[in-house]
Structures are given as C-alpha cells and as structure tokens.
Design a binder for this molecule. Structure first.
Ligand code: DGY
Length: 328
C-alpha cells in the first residue's frame, strides 16, 4: 500500500504528479482547517506533509501522529514550531537557494518601483491625468550611485547586493549576526556591527532577515527615526520584523520618504491596513519567489525532501538534524 502524503495550499502540479507516482497524495486548498473532517482523517495516517502558509505546531502534530516529515514549500519557516516538530520526532525541511535570484529580482523591482513611483504614475497615465508636462511633485528619486543598507545578509540579501553593486553602482552597507568577508571582497560591502550605523547612512534600507523571536519588530519607531528623511524602506523578510503602526507613523510624519512592502504582519493583509491608504507605500502580495518557474522548482524540491524522508534517506534540506541522528 502506498504511504499517504497530505499536500496543503500551493503545491504545484509537476510536484503533485511526481509525488503521486510513489504516494497516495491527498491535496487540500489554502484555508483548509483542522476542523475539516476529510483533512483531519487524512492527517491521522499521513506519513508526509508538504505545503506552505499553515502553522505546524503541537496541535497540528497531535492530529498527525504518523508523520515522518513536514516539508515547507518556502525558504522561510517561521510557520514551523521547530521545538514541537522536533519533540514529535518529525523531520522538517525547507527550500533554500533555488529562489535566491527570483526573490532578489522581486525585491529590487519593488525598490525601483517605490523610488520611481511606478505604480502611482501608472495610475496617473491610465486615469487620463497626463494632460501636460509632468509636474515636479510627481518626480521620484535616483537609485543608482546611492547607498543601500541590507539588514540580513544571508543568501538572498547577498544576491540583492550583487544587483545593487554591479547593476546600479551602489555602495553597500550590511548588518548581520556574522561578518561576510566574501561579500566585502566581491561587492566592496561595509559591515555595520551596529544597526543604527546602517540606518543613519543608508538611502535605501532593505530588510531581509529571517523572522525569529529576536527579530520581531526589529524596525520600530526608534529605528525609523534613525533613518534619513529622504530614505526608502523595503521589507522583503516577514511582516513580524516590522512594527507596522510605527512604520505608518514614520511615513505619515515624514520621518522617512517611502516604503516598499512585500510582506505584512498579517497575511493576507486587511484592506483596512492604514499602510494601504498611503501614496508613499508600494505593496506586493508576498510575491518574492512567485514566478511560474521558481514556484515549480520549489514544489519539486519540497517533494524531493518528502520522497527522501519516506524512503528512509536523509532529506537534502533537513532543518532538525537531531531527529535524523536519533533515527540513524
Ligand atoms: C520564502 O520562500 O520564504 C519567501 O518568502 C517566498 O517569497
């Protein structure tokens, strides 16, 4: 009998087909809750879980007592309660690296769109308001030759830096737990041990740090006050890293010039979120990795992690080594 695997939310077709060859795959759409009788029943005897956007915590794991692996279709795994997953003896995996360039493209696109006010000016043209020479108050600001501060110089942060350095002649500052000598050498980047030093000197501040208890509200009133009044803030990490109320205030009072946001404290964000009412905010609906090709590749990598685990092999992107060590 084939082992059962439960798929939740955006697990792409090629990955579903691959999993179906070996497993009894049960697919559930985004929004399915533990109160759904079929979902609950399938989780009872599932040995694998693949998905994104669902919190995998003690309650979920108690509904799935036979799980060997929870495979996230995402590099960020702030939706995983790692302590609970490890306590239940379940392997956890994510999808690093294959999305680096795609996320960097999206975040750099957001930065340019915010600086050059592209969404606002798109509306201006489409609304028929372009009836005379463009008024000065519609002008954006330059990106090239400015200073970009990257908070969180992991793999994606570094690829953003590469675009900024080689494509836009920008000076790069970075703040990270550890120094990155290769980034300093290749991108001529300057390490800022103190976050404040980066905030004070940057024209663009790009937040790319993972969401952890330590990075919760890393950017709040004090940090926005440290930024230049002409600076632009970009969030490509997770919503929890930013105090949204403090950001809205900083944008309204002119503490900073503008913000580009791909992520929100609550997702999907409410249409009533005050940030959405501001002209100096450009948003995207958490699309960092959302291209056809990269979403397929992430789902396929997540499927490979499930397959390896259920065939008794170490999944390539294992996050909790101790569970594997306990088994081997
Ligand atoms: C991830 O995979 O964690 C990214 O947020 C995708 O956009």
């Amino acid at each position: 009998m084939k082992k059962k695997v439960v798929a939740y939310s955006r697990v792409r077709k090629p990955a579903q087909e691959k999993l179906t060859e070996k497993f009894d795959l049960r697919v559930y759409p985004y929004g399915t809750e533990l109160t759904d009788e079929n979902f609950k029943k399938d989780l009872q005897d599932a040995e694998g879980y693949i998905g994104l956007e669902k919190n995998i915590d003690d309650e979920f794991l108690r509904h799935a007592p036979n799980l060997k692996i929870v495979s996230n279709v995402s590099v960020g795994y702030d939706n995983f309660d790692m302590e609970a997953i490890t306590k239940h003896g379940v392997m956890a995996t994510n999808t690093p690296d294959i999305l680096n360039d795609t996320v960097a493209d999206a975040i750099f696109g957001l930065l340019i769109a915010t600086a050059r006010r592209i969404p606002e000016l798109d509306r201006y043209v489409k609304n028929g308001e372009w009836t005379e020479s463009l008024p000065d108050e519609k002008f954006g600001i330059d990106v090239h030759h400015k200073t970009l501060g990257i908070i969180g110089a992991g793999r994606i942060g570094q690829v953003i830096g590469k675009r900024a350095h080689f494509g836009f002649d920008m000076d790069i500052l970075y703040h990270n737990r550890s120094r990155k000598p290769e980034m300093e050498e290749k991108l001529n980047a300057t390490y800022c041990e103190q976050l404040d030093d980066l905030l004070e000197a940057s024209d663009y501040v790009c937040l790319m740090t993972p969401s952890t208890p330590e990075t919760r509200h890393l950017m709040s009133s004090d940090q926005f006050k440290k930024m230049k009044k002409t600076a632009i803030f970009i969030n490509g990490s997770r919503g929890a890293t930013v105090d949204e109320a403090a950001l809205a205030e900083a944008l309204q009072t002119g503490e900073i010039l503008a913000a580009g946001l791909d992520v929100f404290e609550e997702e999907p964000t409410s249409p009533d979120n005050p940030l959405l009412k501001l002209d100096n905010v450009v948003t995207t609906p958490h699309i960092g990795s959302s291209t056809d090709e990269t979403e397929d590749n992430m789902s396929l990598l997540a499927a490979d992690n499930v397959t390896a685990a259920l065939e008794g092999k170490r999944p390539p992107n294992l996050l909790n080594e101790e569970v594997w060590e306990g088994k081997s």
